[in-house]
Design a protein around this ligand. Structure first.
Ligand SMILES: NC(=O)c1ccc[n+]([C@@H]2O[C@H](COP(=O)([O-])OP(=O)(O)OC[C@H]3O[C@@H](n4cnc5c(N)ncnc54)[C@H](O)[C@@H]3O)[C@@H](O)[C@H]2O)c1
Ligand SMILES: O=c1ccn([C@@H]2O[C@H](COP(=O)(O)OP(=O)(O)O[C@H]3O[C@H](CO)[C@@H](O)[C@H](O)[C@H]3O)[C@@H](O)[C@H]2O)c(=O)[nH]1
Length: 440
């Protein structure tokens, strides 16, 4: 099938590459010429495990192409995926300017039937706005090509994106006409060989399903973070509580890890956008407001512990920090808790040296030439002369460090662990003063 994917970010590039990998003829469009240049030179503009190999394989096989030419893109695919960003506007609502620009472009240049599939996370009602944008463009050039608008939200997780796309739990398709539904069935056939995974519904329900999923997962995390904070005051251990409740199949194991708050390009923005949708309809979403407020406070929880240990004024203090990305296996730092934590440590006068396996270039871009923030080539280097170690992202390479060396290198043998990577009893045995989240 001929497919165009508009936007070559995490979602667009993964979708395009995986769709090419099952034999489709895929053209990826981006407005950012720098990204297209990297792709044409055989690289990828993001860090995502397994993606480079798939991109290269399919470019070599002649099934995957890249362009900045919007007209060529609109004429290529019968299916036109929109996978552009929907960043938060000032009031928290999703900014649709990129989605609508993509839709207008399709309307301006399409020369045959098109299925316009919205993969970006968009507020309920966006399908109608996409339709109106295309109708207006077709009318302006007095063209009458038929088209369908489909909502097909994406559920992939960064760091596991290829696997999530290749083996999805479910494929949500919001559509109103049989022609589009048939095409979507054909397109997603290769990804549901073992069992039927496609759930067909109306466009609005599909759009809301995406927000509902992220809001539910964010709620679980904030709930556990709140309980973790309570556990600390009660002398209970949140890790044991997690195991105790996760074993109930009605609750399940996923997304129950307490920590220094959720980040990334989705949960924070999507929770805010859903709250905003509620406000627009006169529904104050009480639970989600609390989820959001709890998360904002949680991002400062580690600094609160640092302050409790070293005092309000941190000038003259120096901290080593492990992990800048919002989670492991990505270089993404959008809404990462590390941004808040580092900024607050610096604001209080401390200096910081940080290490992350892949996100340090991104951190340099974000923090600029901040003189009190330095970067280390290796994890152990951050410990030199540091008062304490602060762990923000649970990269695999931090799982089993040489604790004795950590103790010897740190000035105060204190570890603040925002991801509960270690057993408090082990830390006590090696003589490290250990502060987790909700641990005894
Ligand atoms: N990142 C994730 O894990 C994830 C998962 C599921 C859903 N989503 C949703 O998918 C959407 C895309 O997210 P992302 O993380 O891939 O974004 P991203 O910022 O990584 O990529 C978006 C790309 O779209 C390009 N673009 C913008 N306007 C364009 C236009 N008119 N024509 C062509 N290209 C254009 C940008 O240059 C950019 O490269 C968002 O709505 C997001 O909420 C993201
Ligand atoms: O038990 C947990 C699980 C996650 N997190 C944090 O939650 C954030 C988000 O993690 P994750 O969901 O793994 O990453 P994303 O790539 O942002 O993926 C989410 O957002 C995407 C964009 O909408 C969706 O497609 C995915 O289904 C959804 O999981 C990260 O900061 C994690 O550290 C926790 O604190 N505790």
């Amino acid at each position: 099938m001929k497919i165009t994917v508009v936007g070559t970010g995490y979602v667009g590039l993964v979708s395009g590459a995986c769709l090419a990998d099952v034999g489709n003829d895929v053209l990826c469009l981006d407005v950012d010429p720098a990204k297209i240049r990297i792709l044409e030179d055989g690289g990828i503009p993001i860090h995502e495990p397994g993606l480079l190999e798939i991109v290269r394989r399919n470019v070599d096989a002649g099934r995957l192409f890249f362009t900045t030419d919007a007209e060529y893109a609109a004429r290529h695919g019968t299916v036109q995926f929109i996978a552009v960003g929907t960043p938060p506007d000032e009031d928290g609502s999703a900014d649709l300017k990129y989605v609508l620009a993509a839709a207008r472009n399709i309307g301006k240049h399409m020369d045959d039937y098109r299925v316009v599939v919205n993969k970006s996370t968009v507020p309920v009602g966006t399908g109608d706005r996409v339709r109106e944008a295309i109708v207006a463009e077709l009318a302006a050039r007095e063209a009458g090509f038929p088209f369908s608008v489909v909502s097909n939200p994406e559920f992939l997780k960064e760091g596991a994106a290829v696997d999530d796309f290749m083996r999805p739990d479910r494929i949500i398709v919001g559509a109103g006409d049989e022609r589009a539904i048939d095409l979507m069935r054909e397109l997603y056939g290769p990804f549901q060989r073992n069992r039927e995974k496609m759930l067909v519904m109306d466009v609005r329900s599909a759009e809301l399903t995406k927000y509902a999923a992220n809001a539910m997962l964010a709620t679980r995390i904030s709930f556990m973070n709140e309980l973790a904070n309570l556990a600390e005051t009660l002398g209970a251990d949140i890790e044991l509580v997690r195991q105790g409740i996760g074993s109930d199949p009605r609750i399940g194991w996923h997304f129950l890890y307490a920590g220094c708050g959720y980040g990334g390009s989705c949960f924070p923005k999507d929770v805010k956008a859903l709250i905003n949708t509620g406000n627009e309809r006169g529904h104050d979403l009480l639970i989600l407001n609390a989820v959001e407020a709890a998360n904002e406070a949680q991002k400062l929880r580690l600094v609160d512990k640092v302050v409790a240990r070293f005092g309000e004024d941190l000038s003259g203090r120096h901290f080593g920090l492990w992990g800048l990305a919002f989670k492991p296996n990505t270089d993404d730092m959008r809404d990462a808790p590390s941004r808040i934590i580092v900024a607050e440590l610096l604001r209080r006068g401390a200096t910081v040296v940080a290490y992350d396996p892949v996100a340090m270039d991104e951190a340099r871009r974000i923090f600029g030439d901040e003189p009190r923030l330095a970067y280390a080539e290796r994890p152990m280097e951050v410990l030199e002369g540091a008062d304490a170690l602060i762990i923000v992202t649970e990269w695999k390479e931090f799982r089993s460090p040489d604790f004795i060396r950590i103790k010897q290198m740190l000035r105060h043998a204190v570890v603040f662990d925002g991801r509960n990577m270690y057993e408090p009893s082990v830390m006590a045995r090696v003589g490290l003063e250990y502060y987790g989240i909700g641990r005894r």
